[in-house]
Design a protein around this ligand. Structure first.
Ligand code: AMP
Ligand code: FE
Ligand code: FE
Ligand code: ZN
Length: 288
């Protein structure tokens, strides 16, 4: 099995990278990407654990871009995790996450809900490589008995249009593609069914998007063949994964629940090689 979409405690997943790799290995995954929201902090530990388990590790990211206040999730694969430009971009994204979550908690106070912002934010404030997100507020609401579950926390308070919602400020999809390419990676548009704007895909393909996440836990068979067709028309690669968070509220129930067919994984490897060849020829032109 090939699972190229998973989360860890470096963002809103519930497993440490090591636990994630153990679960993935037990489920029969042999190629695993960790794709945390706006951080690569889980990659080093996951890479070590994959090496011990004799699994192939793909360093990844799920960067959050914004269009008209709506989120566009962009996956980056094969990124160099020591790229200073990528690291500083992600640090900015995470700083904006801290500000947004603080503001959202402030909104909730206005509705008679008192949450301890500093306690919720603590892991991200203690370690700035950890990315906070709305699920951390959702968990606090559940723990305090204010909502029965995470889904209800979003439906009542945290989703777009709900009282606690604050618009995100962040990079455009095009900027995210460039940042990923700058770090030697390729960009894939995550779970297009959740973006709900297929009409944006042609312009993204023109502007540097390399692949489309055709296989995903939220895609049924019909949706999968729909996006397979779009990827073919737009000459995009195909990526896929479970979006495992170790959390019933979101993503697949286990790593490998959604597996990318090998031929598409090989297509992603070819896209990486093509990007790197392009980058090195551009580099030799500019340095001559
Ligand atoms: P953020 O990046 O802070 O806006 O949080 C977005 C994350 O919240 C997503 O990656 C999901 O993991 C989670 N999420 C978004 N909507 C829902 C929902 N309706 N129910 C459960 N989790 C959600
Ligand atoms: Fe998430
Ligand atoms: Fe996502
Ligand atoms: Zn995800």
């Amino acid at each position: 099995m090939i699972d190229l979409h998973t989360h860890t405690t470096a963002s809103d997943g519930r497993c440490t990278p090591e636990e994630l790799v153990a679960r993935a290995a037990a489920a029969g995954v042999r190629v695993l990407a960790v794709t945390d929201h706006d951080t690569i902090a889980g990659c080093a530990e996951a890479a070590d654990a994959c090496a011990r388990a004799k699994m192939t590790f793909v360093p990844g990211i799920e960067a959050t871009a914004v269009v008209d206040g709506a989120d566009v999730h962009v996956l980056g694969y094969f990124v160099q995790t020591n790229s200073p430009a990528l690291l500083s971009f992600l640090a900015e994204q995470r700083q904006r996450r801290v500000e947004r979550v603080r503001e959202m908690i402030g909104r909730l106070v206005g509705h008679g809900i008192t949450l301890d912002a500093e306690a919720i934010l603590a892991p991200a404030l203690t370690d700035s490589t950890i990315a906070v997100g709305r699920p951390w507020i959702a968990r606090a609401l559940v723990e305090q008995g204010l909502v029965p579950n995470i889904a209800e926390a979003f439906n009542r308070w945290l989703a777009r249009g709900r009282p606690g919602f604050v618009r995100r400020i962040g990079a455009s999809p095009e900027e995210v593609f460039d940042r990923i390419h700058g770090a030697g990676g390729i960009a894939s548009l995550a779970h297009p069914v959740l973006m709900k704007h297929d009409e944006w895909l042609p312009q993204y393909a023109q502007r540097g998007l390399d692949a489309l996440e055709v296989y995903h836990s939220d895609h049924d068979q019909l949706t999968t063949s729909h996006y397979l067709g779009i990827a073919k028309t737009l000459r995009l690669g195909v990526s896929g994964g479970s979006d495992y968070h170790a959390d019933d509220a979101h993503g697949g129930g286990r790593p490998g629940k959604v597996s990318l067919p090998q031929k598409h994984y090989e297509g992603l490897l070819r896209l990486r090689a093509a990007r790197r060849a392009k980058a090195s020829s551009a580099g030799s032109v500019s340095s001559s």
